[in-house]
Write a protein that binds this ligand. Structure first.
Ligand code: 5GP
Length: 121
């Protein structure tokens, strides 16, 4: 899928739409989810035009991939989630119900999170 610069996270990254920012560096930008599914629900997006893990892992420069992965770890730690644990999730495509076509990692934490998937096999 081609990257669409009008997606909502691209607008957040450009500062055209407000968000509750949590973290920013050269590689990543993070903000609280507008509709949190856990006491902590943070979205981390790479600074680049990538729809999902597929194009990010294939096309992004190594520096950006490393910086983005490191940022996710830092953000979870800074949110105080390491001791009790947390969950990372990245939806890709229709079966995963990806709503926003800019790669994002969800960080969930702050309570027991239950089984990994709903809906059965
Ligand atoms: P997806 O289903 O694509 O993995 O998740 C998209 C997430 O983005 C959802 O959890 C949704 O609540 C969140 N979201 C959608 N629009 C906005 C917005 O304008 N601001 C923020 N902070 N989160 C958003």
């Amino acid at each position: 899928m081609a990257y669409n610069r009008d997606n909502i996270f691209a607008k957040i990254l450009r500062g055209e739409i407000l968000c509750d920012k949590v973290y920013e560096d050269n590689f990543a930008f993070a903000f609280n989810d507008i509709n949190p599914q856990a006491p902590s629900h943070i979205l981390v997006i790479p600074k680049g035009e990538y729809v999902s893990w597929a194009d990010f892992s294939e096309d992004a420069p190594d520096e950006l991939i490393a910086g983005f992965v490191r940022a996710v770890g830092k953000i979870a730690k800074a949110a105080g989630l390491e001791d009790d644990g947390y969950r990372l999730l990245a939806n890709a495509g229709a079966h995963a119900h990806q709503e926003v076509p800019h790669l994002h990692i969800h960080i969930f934490g702050g309570r027991p999170l239950g089984p990994m998937l709903s809906g059965g096999a």
